[in-house]
Design a protein around this ligand. Sequence first.
Ligand code: R2B
Ligand code: URA
Length: 293
Amino acid sequence: MSLKSNPHIQHGGYDFLYHLGINTKDVDIKKLFNDVKFVCLGGSQSRMFEFVRYIGAQLNVKIGENEEPFNYAYKTDRYCLYKAGPVLCANHGIGIPSLSVVINEIFKLLFYAECKDVIFLRIGTSGGVGIDPGTVVITTNVLNGELKPIHCTTVLGRRIEHPTYVDSDLAKELVNLCPDENYATVLGTTVSVDSFYEGQGRIDGALCDYTDDDRKTFLKSLQEKGVKNIEMESIGLFSFCHRAGYKAAMISVVLVNRLVSDKPTDDDEARKDWEQRPFSIASHFIKSRLDKV
Ligand code: R2B
Ligand code: URA
């Protein structure tokens, strides 16, 4: 049997998931990963280390020896890969190129492990458009830097456009799961771009060829289109998962209101606290889905 999204990838052959440092000759992938039902992705390794400890405690499952999460990608320092029962956790780095590498290798791992009905969640951070820092945005539509709902890439020397698909039922399920009076969780459009500075209309990067008025006009126009936040991976996530046949959602906490400032909060305590919010929503979702099985 071959992978639906790539007939060149077959079961039973040898594969080396290079950036995860996992060799199918050395590891029984099916035995280790067959029970995976959720893949949670976030940018940084330390945040995913925190997340696997959190979700492991919530689900009361083992994540390694002596509470120390076991990193299945221990042979490399590109990415981390943890597992808490049916939840696989990895970091994706910054931007779609980095996400594309790890998600290709995770898709193959799930295929070799013969996993069924897996849901991908990105639990991340973003800049808000007209919303308070600490608010959580669940994406209902995704636009690229040209404000189109397509993921553009280059393949074999040609520009390719891939459609994106955001599951609105899944987004609504997530937004209703976890009412918390300390913060708001909102549905909205996410803009996903290739840069943190110019691509997000910042004037505080080292490179900038536009005026502060241009910046304000751009951000206001996003707000008028219903855009709630800006980040750097979701258009890739929704396009890759759609092509591979997986459901996906994005749960992202806002670190700055871009109509007020370019700078994400420098309050480390507040940021740590806010970063827990997508953890909590993901955990409520995973537990509610597991309860239904
Ligand atoms: C959110 O935060 C990162 C940039 O600081 C990037 O990965 C993203 O999408
Ligand atoms: N991540 C982003 O991509 N943008 C922000 O403004 C904050 C976090």
